[in-house]
Design a protein around this ligand. Structure first.
Ligand SMILES: [Fe+2]
Length: 232
C-alpha cells in the first residue's frame, strides 16, 4: 500500500501541485490555510484526495474567524494573512475546516495510526521536536504503530519503543532551511521523507500581486526562497 502524508500546506497551491507520487490513500495532518495566497484550491484538493484529515491550529483560527496580534516573525505573518484568508474562504470551506477532527485513529495495511496536528497531549498547538524524552510520555497508552504529526514544519521520523513518530514536514512553508516542498510516503511499511522542487516564483508572484503589506510580502518571499525566516 502507498500512503501519502501531507501537512502544513498553508495556502501554497503551487507547492501542493508538485506532489505527483501515486498513492492508494492520503492522510492530511492539518494547516491548510494562512500565510499562502491560495487556500481554496488547496482545500478542494484535500477534500477530494485525503481520506482522513485532522484540524491544525491555523484551520481552527481561520474557520472561527479569530484575528491574532503579532509583531514579529511568523506571528506577524499570521496576523496579517489571517484576515486575507478569512476574506477568501467561502462559508462551505470554513465549515469543512471546522469539521476536521482533532485526532484520528485508523488501521491501514495492518498498522495502527494516530493522526494529530501537533501532539497527542495538545493536538493543535504543542511544538513536538524529534526528542525521545519529549515523546515517550506522550505515547504512553496509545498502542499504535505510527503517530503522524505536522506543525513544526520540520520533517523527521523517530522510533520510540514500538511506535514510530512521523512528521512529513511542510508542503507549503518549510522552515528547516530547505525551501522545497516536503511530504512523506509510506510504501509497504517503508517510510520515505521526500522533497520536491516547485514553482515558488509563481507563489511569490501571487503574493506580490495581493493585498499584504510590503514587509509581509518580503518576509514570505524570504521563507519561500530560503526555507527559513531571519527577517523580523
Ligand atoms: Fe503550520
Amino acid at each position: 500500500m502507498r500512503i501519502l502524508l501531507v501537512s502544513d500546506i498553508h495556502g501554497n497551491w503551487q507547492a501542493l501541485q508538485a506532489v505527483q507520487d501515486e498513492f492508494d490513500i492520503c492522510l492530511f495532518l492539518g494547516d491548510l490555510v494562512d500565510y499562502g495566497p491560495e487556500p481554496s484550491p488547496c482545500i478542494e484538493w484535500v477534500r477530494k484526495n485525503a481520506s482522513y484529515g485532522v484540524r491544525g491550529n491555523h484551520d481552527h483560527g481561520a474557520a472561527q474567524r479569530i484575528n491574532t496580534m503579532g509583531n514579529v516573525g511568523f506571528r506577524y505573518l499570521t496576523s496579517v494573512t489571517r484576515p486575507m484568508t478569512i476574506e477568501n474562504l467561502t462559508e462551505d470551506e470554513r465549515g469543512y475546516l471546522s469539521s476536521l477532527p482533532l485526532t484520528q485513529f485508523l488501521t491501514l495495511d495492518g498498522k495502527r495510526f494516530m493522526l494529530c496536528h501537533a501532539s497527542p497531549w495538545d493536538p493543535m498547538d504543542e511544538y513536538a521536536p524529534p526528542d525521545l524524552n519529549f515523546w515517550a510520555p506522550r505515547l504512553e497508552g496509545l498502542n499504535v504503530d505510527y503517530v503522524c504529526v505536522g506543525h513544526t514544519h520540520i520533517p523527521y521520523t523517530l522510533k520510540v519503543g514500538g511506535t514510530t513518530v512521523i512528521n512529513p514536514g511542510s508542503i507549503g512553508l518549510p522552515r528547516d532551511g530547505d525551501p522545497r516542498c516536503a511530504y512523506a510516503m509510506i510504501i509497504d511499511h517503508d517510510i520515505q521523507l521526500k522533497r520536491v522542487d516547485y514553482a515558488a516564483h509563481l507563489t511569490m508572484q501571487t503574493v506580490h500581486d495581493g493585498p499584504l503589506p510590503p514587509m509581509a510580502k518580503n518576509m514570505l518571499e524570504e521563507v519561500y526562497t530560503t526555507g527559513k525566516l531571519k527577517m523580523r
